[in-house]
Design a protein around this ligand. Structure first.
Ligand code: HEM
Length: 324
């Protein structure tokens, strides 16, 4: 009897060439950098030539069963087929997590969940090799800079308790995926998120997140210490299009943040317009290098979406420790 694995694929751009058939199985981590999870259904089927039977798993049912069968298949299949199998498992697991997240997420909760991502990942410092997307935010909720984030963690806890029954998920993966879901739920780009992070057991050092009182030079330096360019600082700051700081609808992810920054409404003394934005948002538009990007994103929403997607991916991968 021979086995084949059929995978309805959508985007699988990596050759995953580093994979071999001798392996330990962990949920897929570093080998699939550019893969897109989400969107099209996956069908993983093991067929026997003799009987032509086909078993089709849906994303909720596949989980562990698929894992076991894929591991067995790896013993009899060529390497590239094994890679396909792992692609299918990775996509399957990602879909399952996204489904559970969608059950607890709403547009009104999206801003808080996206902010949670930055407060977990944004502690990273290249030189000190500390912080990053490691789930430690759940241990840091009493810090002043994390005020208001307890409720976002509570929301995700509901999803986590459902997911953990089948296969425990690290906070770092859950938060990274939930932020991506929050963005797409509000009309932003669809962002693939790789799984396989390891949670930290201890809190990250304090004082690593940028303060809202920083000027543009200090914001740029702060992001540079984390490995992010000025362009990435500007693109990521576009996350403030969500929430109630006056950048268009609080539940729509679009380029209103940049359009409104260009108008500088706070210079007007008329009513609420003087309340728009954080000091750090206003500081960006006073910097020549930042303004170049702000005006590009104000004119071209799809460019903002593409750059945000890439910067977000970098943010949630930065400083993460991965299962091998
Ligand atoms: C550039 C440096 C940044 C500073 C100084 C900053 C600071 C802040 C502050 C002070 C708030 C208001 C919190 C409140 O309402 O009490 C806020 C909100 C928010 N931040 Fe940032 N942030 C920065 C970058 C980012 C990044 C990179 C992201 C995500 C990629 C992000 C996502 C958000 C979101 C979505 C909100 C709205 C939260 C809500 O309304 O519930 N921020 N930020």
């Amino acid at each position: 009897m021979s086995h084949t694995v059929t995978v309805d694929r959508w985007v699988l751009s990596s050759g995953a060439s580093s994979f071999t058939s001798t392996f330990k199985f962990y949920f897929p981590a570093k080998f699939a950098r550019t893969r897109h999870f989400g969107g099209t259904p996956i069908r993983a089927s093991a067929t026997s030539n003799a009987s032509n039977e086909s078993v089709t798993c849906n994303s909720l049912l596949c989980g562990r069963r698929a894992l076991l069968s894929m591991t067995a298949l790896s013993l009899v299949m060529p390497c590239d087929r094994v890679n396909n199998s792992f692609d299918a498992i990775a996509a399957d697991e990602s879909l399952r997590l996204r489904e559970e997240i969608r059950k607890v997420l709403s547009k009104g909760k999206a801003a808080g969940v996206l902010r949670l991502v930055f407060h977990d990942a944004g502690t990273f410092e290249i030189d000190e090799k500390i912080g990053g997307m490691n789930g430690s935010i759940v241990l840091e909720l009493d810090r002043p800079e994390n005020k208001g984030l307890k409720k976002s963690v509570k929301i995700l806890e509901k999803a986590k308790s459902q997911i953990d029954v089948v296969q425990p998920v690290p906070w770092a993966d859950l938060i990274a995926l939930a932020g991506a879901e929050a963005v797409s739920l509000c009309g932003g780009p669809s962002i693939p998120v790789q799984l396989g992070r390891i949670d930290s057991l201890v809190p990250d050092p304090e004082g690593k997140l940028p303060e809202e009182s920083l000027d543009a030079t200090s914001l740029k330096q702060c992001f540079e210490r984390k490995g992010f360019s000025t362009q990435e600082l500007v693109a990521l700051s576009g996350a403030h299009t969500l929430g109630s700081k006056g950048f268009g609808s609080p539940v729509v992810f679009d380029n209103a943040y940049f359009k409104i920054l260009m108008e500088k409404p706070w210079l007007s003394s008329a009513g609420m317009t003087s309340m728009v934005g954080l000091p750090s948002d206003r500081a960006l538009v006073e910097d020549v290098e930042c303004v170049r990007w702000i005006s590009k994103y104000a004119e071209d929403q799809s460019l903002f979406f593409e750059d945000f997607k890439n910067a977000y991916t970098k943010l949630v991968d930065t400083g993460a420790t991965w299962k091998k």
